[in-house]
Design a binder for this molecule. Sequence first.
Ligand code: ADP
Ligand code: MG
Length: 242
Amino acid sequence: MITVNKLNKSYGDLHVLKDIDLQVEESQVVCLIGSSGSGKSTLLRCLNFLEQRDSGQIIIEGEEIDPAKQNINEIREKVGMVFQHFQLFPHMTVLENIIEAPTHVKKTPKKQAVIEAKDLLSKVGLSDKADVYPSRLSGGQKQRVAIARALAMKPDILLFDEPTSALDPELVGEVLTTMKELAEEGMTMVVVTHEMGFAREVGDWIVFMHDGRIIESAAPEEFFTNPKKERTKEFLKTTALK
Ligand code: ADP
Ligand code: MG
């Protein structure tokens, strides 16, 4: 679904992504972990073309993407994104938030978009919140709406950037459960997370970043029980203390 070859990105003098190679297969859940500042968000933003790379290749579903030549909105329809801080529109109800992109970007007829949105709300367990404004929701509910909104565009791939990091601890579980259900349905997902339990249980592949590089990647069992690199061992020690 995604192939990244030798991706590089700098902000001025700061070299943030260094020769990143990454492969994501269909229906795989790839968990991206690493300490703050290691480049995880920048990598996701490059995959969604919110950020432009300096060099390297990004191939999505077999097609090399050049944002200078291709319609970025079409690519973004294939690759959805869920952010740490939800990014819901505060002046729109939950339902309006979900139908906004399908009706405006995809030109889905409103009636059909509403039916699909209600389906998605029931899927994330929020059927009763369709007409509520985001300010009336808990963080966990907001994030589940944000997931429903991303799904409304019927993406082939969903990117998550620390979807539970802004939540009170008691609300983390409901969002992880929703994500786990999506994974079980076969959604292809790249998840930046500090939730090692989730990464180990739901992830098919773990990628560890440090200082703009992929230091180590492996299947979860191997990664968590038998890390090879010193950096990885150190990182796992610090997360184990939390
Ligand atoms: P992570 O998500 O792993 O915490 P980021 O990808 O957000 O890491 O950031 C990687 C590095 O790039 C950090 O040093 C950060 O300060 C820097 N950075 C991120 N975004 C920008 C930006 N828009 N302009 C300048 N520097 C940035
Ligand atoms: Mg980040």
